[in-house]
Design a protein. Structure first.
Length: 168
């Protein structure tokens, strides 16, 4: 009954149609306000994923190719290679907490968690932490520095955490 009365008035029907058209049309698309920075963030995400993937797959060359310059990142590379030899399987997740852009440098604060398994039957060791990864460049984007509680070098961390049994 109400619908029949509401559509009897041509002005009211036109108003309803205009309101419906406005709601359906809405905002057709959102434009990116800073396209250059958006592109850098996408490349950063790809670089972080490449680093994580190379570490999980124990791809020495792939991991090394993400580091710049290799001589300054030698310790990080050595820790990763010790992990490659010590663990049967590595699972690692990165969650970006904050990104700071400055000219060609990008500082990324990440939360990470992972599982390191010594063999196929091992339930694994679960660890988590926070790290600051400093990236440089545009194409390719390379890891220049890493600070904090890093996931790389887990074998060394586990050895330090184990109680030593000293003979008496």
């Amino acid at each position: 009954m109400f619908a029949r009365r509401a559509c009897l008035s041509p002005t009211l029907c036109t108003a309803w149609l205009l309101l419906l058209a406005f709601l359906v049309a809405g905002c057709p698309s959102k434009t990116i306000q800073y396209p250059a920075e958006h592109e850098r963030l996408l490349r950063l995400d790809q670089a972080l994923e490449s680093l994580r993937s190379a570490y999980e797959r124990k791809d020495r060359a792939g991991f090394r190719s993400m580091l710049s310059p290799p001589d300054q990142m030698e310790e990080l590379q050595r820790y990763a290679e010790i992990d490659f030899d010590a663990f049967h399987a590595i699972t690692l997740e990165f969650r970006i907490e904050r990104v700071m852009l400055a000219k060609d440098d990008l500082d990324v604060l990440v939360n990470w968690q992972g599982i390191w398994k010594k063999d196929a039957n091992d339930t694994g060791t679960r660890q988590r932490g926070h790290a600051r990864l400093q990236w440089v460049g545009t194409r390719p984007m390379l890891l220049r520095s890493a600070q904090g509680d890093l996931p790389f070098g887990m074998k060394s961390k586990l050895m330090l955490a184990e109680p030593s049994s000293s003979p008496r």
